[in-house]
Ligand binder design. Structure first.
Ligand code: RIB
Length: 312
């Protein structure tokens, strides 16, 4: 059964800079690149490279960028027949600055992504794992998740960017994945949690039986929180070159692991370890889609790097 990703497709216009610009400042880029991206497309490719059969539902404009993005997805073995081309619309574009430490700032011009309507995501009854993010309309994600499934259906929401109105989707979600900044928005915290213990506050978002909440904490790793248990997996020790798409890589790899485990299941620790290793590898190459690792690379990385985990 394929993983179905409903989400955004963007062209990433990346400027490498010495330091991210301050308000009012003009700076010169050290290098520029045009690479395929978008949270939905990134997650679809990450899952495909991690070994899953993936179908993408999305929208591009009828411009050169749209045709290029569909070709990029197809080249990564993602099924693209449900990507609509919207007449007169521009393909989504993300304006990205990356500094020497790999930190980035992103502004997204949504373009055709806003045209992904509820009617375009209705036909998903035969799918086991549905994946969505928040660069497409919340009403579309709601329809995608509310469509009937079978006993194996899993709805995975990466609630990024953190739109407060997306809280209405949480009751439709089996696995919610957020980073510490997004968690702070959804919990209305004064500052993002920085330790696994602080991130346990995520438990307050649990609103249905067997729900899993995953919080990624950058250099502090990731936690998996359930109503009655929680586990922390530390980050793999890598020096990031470029963190663009690393969160999406985490989500896509986690879904691929979930899919491949099938009915035998996988522990929360196993899910986080695989996803964290994939994300660590993603930070070692420039851009998002070109940096998504193969399953064999993830497995080899895990075999040679120790991370460990512990209940919290
Ligand atoms: O998460 C990274 C992605 O966010 C980029 O590829 C960019 O397109 C934006 O959607």
């Amino acid at each position: 059964m394929p993983i179905v990703v409903a989400g955004s497709i963007n062209v990433d216009l990346i400027q490498s800079v010495e330091a991210l610009p301050r308000p009012g400042e003009t700076i010169l880029a050290l290098a520029s690149a045009r690479l395929p991206g978008g949270k939905g497309a990134n997650q679809a490719v990450a899952a495909a490279r991690a070994g899953a059969a993936v179908r993408m539902i999305g929208a591009v404009g009828d411009d050169e960028s749209g045709a290029w993005m569909v070709a990029q997805l197809a080249a990564a073995d993602v099924t693209t027949k449900d990507i609509a081309t919207i007449e007169g619309a521009l393909t989504g574009a993300a304006y990205i600055a990356v500094d020497r430490s790999g930190e980035n700032q992103i502004i997204v011009a949504s373009g055709a992504n806003t045209s992904l309507s509820p009617a375009m995501v209705g036909a998903v009854a035969d799918t086991e794992i549905r994946v969505a993010q928040l660069e497409v309309p919340v009403a579309t994600v709601a329809t995608f998740f509310a469509a009937p499934g079978d006993g194996q259906t899993r709805r995975v929401l990466n609630a990024a960017p953190a739109l407060p109105e997306a809280i209405s989707l949480f009751a439709l979600t089996d696995i919610l994945i957020v980073n510490q900044h997004e968690l702070a928005v959804f919990l209305d915290l004064d500052r993002p949690p920085s330790t696994p213990q602080e991130a346990l506050a995520a438990r307050a978002l649990i609103c249905r039986e067997n729900q899993l909440i995953v919080v990624t904490l950058g250099a502090s790793g990731a936690i998996a929180v359930r109503a009655d248990s929680a586990v922390h997996v530390p980050a793999f020790p890598v020096v990031p070159l470029d963190a663009i798409g690393a969160g999406d890589c985490f989500v896509g790899a986690l879904c691929a692991m979930l899919d491949q485990a099938g009915e035998a299941g996988v522990t929360d620790e196993g899910l986080l370890t695989f996803a964290s290793a994939a994300a660590a590898l993603c930070t070692q190459k420039p851009g998002a889609i070109p940096a998504m690792p193969l399953r064999s690379e993830i497995e080899a990385f895990i075999a040679t790097h120790v991370t460990g985990s512990r209940p919290i």
